[in-house]
Write a protein that binds this ligand. Structure first.
Ligand code: NAG
Ligand code: NAG
Ligand code: NAG
Ligand code: ZN
Length: 430
């Protein structure tokens, strides 16, 4: 029959007893194909690039984990039963806060999202929080679902490298530079929000410092949601491979969240990875889509840059509509089956499912090791670039202004400092 059967032959004989093999040989072709998918995905369980369950926990439960059982959550597309059924072994969970929090409390909200991911991944036996390539591999041997934390949107660090480093300390191993808003230092693919409009400066000096610090820390730079100009600038600047954690092909569906062929080629020269997003609007550019149309994205990207630059970033619980037959995280085998039908080889699919991501993560860690002698970056963004009325300009008090009683520009920061000292004093007194 097909070459697929011979490729999986050795696998099958390792795992199956003789009677079962005979039974399979007598089965219908479709059955064998179905079994092959299970076999393939058991050997190479999926690493998925993007999932917004934590956002749904915020929306539906205000992050009160005690009110639900993550084994089965019917309101969402992701729970432990369905991750298991879908052969999802590692999930990048997104710590995402809306762009409306930029210049407000984005950092607090992001910390709360990191907290809820950390809680769910430590309070449930099936999950395991991981922070390195080795831990991903170990978790697979222990049959756990590994959780990697990614921050979605550079507004979450409030233009502060120390904040980025503290996210790293909390386990964050990837960050997309923007969501649907520009940051003071990088540009979004979306024109929806009007913050920080600029021309010809898609990745500012500070933006380059963010990329350098992510390289030094070993945090994967994620280009999903950035403008193509920003993506190009990052590809030119980053020392490590980068990913699009949840984006599809612009040639197949002309949506600015997707990646055009010229950018895919740049991504390949940087040994990067595109993890295909399953949202209907990015697959068919319409409200409806099917698995065949998803597979068209895979086929196209493979033709342009080869199968070893491709992964899967479902975007479940983030996007609002998914293709027929791919409505939740349990449905991934249907997609793999379609790719097998289109003559993708076992080796190609092993890469798409997990090998390609592991290779990128390994190279990101290698760059981190090469940079280990570099000290933490002390680059700071200029206050004028941030334009954030909530940001205190902390400087030593200007004594002259204090005693002259004149209002001056340095008084406001001084008052802030005074306030910061007085509040604890007052709270001790009362
Ligand atoms: C979750 O739901 C599925 C399907 O309804 C069921 O088979 C399974 O036993 C449930 N798991 C738990 C832990 O309740
Ligand atoms: C923008 O950058 C391009 C290429 O670097 C340059 O040719 C062009 O003059 C720049 N435009 C502005 C308005 O700075
Ligand atoms: C998927 O959708 C496309 C566009 O509507 C259609 O042409 C195609 O026949 C569908 N394929 C399947 C297998 O349903
Ligand atoms: Zn997204």
């Amino acid at each position: 029959m097909s070459s697929r059967k011979t490729e999986l032959g050795p696998l099958r004989s390792r795992w199956l007893s003789q009677p079962l093999r005979t039974l399979l040989a007598l089965s219908l072709c479709g059955l064998i194909r179905g079994y092959s998918v299970t076999e393939l995905m058991s050997k190479y369980p999926l690493i998925d690039g993007h999932n917004d369950l934590a956002l749904q926990l915020r929306i539906l439960y205000n992050n009160r984990l005690s009110q639900i059982d993550l084994a089965n959550v019917s309101e969402v597309a992701t729970d432990i039963s369905r991750l298991r059924a879908g052969h999802v072994q590692t999930q990048m969970f997104s710590a995402y806060v809306m762009c409306g929090a930029q210049q407000k409390d984005a950092v607090r909200l992001t910390l709360e999202q990191i907290d809820v991911i950390r809680r769910m991944c430590t309070e449930y036996q099936d999950f395991e929080l991981v922070t390195s390539l080795q831990e991903v591999r170990n978790s697979e041997m222990r049959h756990k679902i590994a959780c990697l934390i990614s921050v979605e949107g550079g507004h979450s660090i409030d233009s502060s490298l120390p904040t980025l480093r503290m996210f790293y300390q909390l386990g964050v191993r990837s960050m997309s530079l923007t969501h649907t808003c520009n940051t003071p230092w990088a540009e979004s693919s979306s024109k929806y929000h009007s913050f920080f409009q600029r021309q010809n400066d898609s990745l500012t000096q500070f933006g380059k410092a963010v990329v350098e610090e992510m390289n030094r820390l070993g945090m994967i730079v994620d280009l999903s949601h950035t403008s193509w100009d920003t993506a190009l600038a990052v590809l030119q600047h980053s020392k490590a491979p980068v990913i699009f954690s949840h984006s599809s092909s612009y040639s197949v569906c002309k949506h600015t969240r997707n990646v055009p062929d010229w950018l895919l080629l740049k991504l390949k020269t940087k040994r990067g990875l595109i993890m295909v997003n399953l949202y209907n609007q990015f697959i068919s550019c319409g409200n409806e889509a099917n698995i065949s149309q998803v597979a068209d994205h895979f086929d196209h990207i493979k033709r342009v840059i080869g199968a070893d630059s491709i992964g899967i970033g479902g975007d479940f619980d983030g996007a609002s509509s998914f293709p027929q037959g791919l409505q939740d995280v349990s449905k991934y085998p249907g997609l793999i089956q379609e790719l097998l039908k289109r003559n993708w080889t076992k080796e190609e699919l092993a890469g798409v499912l997990r090998g390609n991501f592991l290779r990128v993560f390994e190279e990101v860690e290698e760059v981190r090791d090469q940079l280990r002698l570099n000290r933490p970056s002390e680059v700071q963004i200029a206050l004028e670039e941030v334009q954030n009325p909530c940001r205190l300009d902390l400087r030593p008090p200007d004594r002259k202004a204090l005693f002259s009683g004149h209002s001056s520009s340095s008084r406001a920061p001084f008052r802030s400092l005074l306030f910061l000292t007085l509040v604890p004093l007052i709270s001790i007194l009362f």
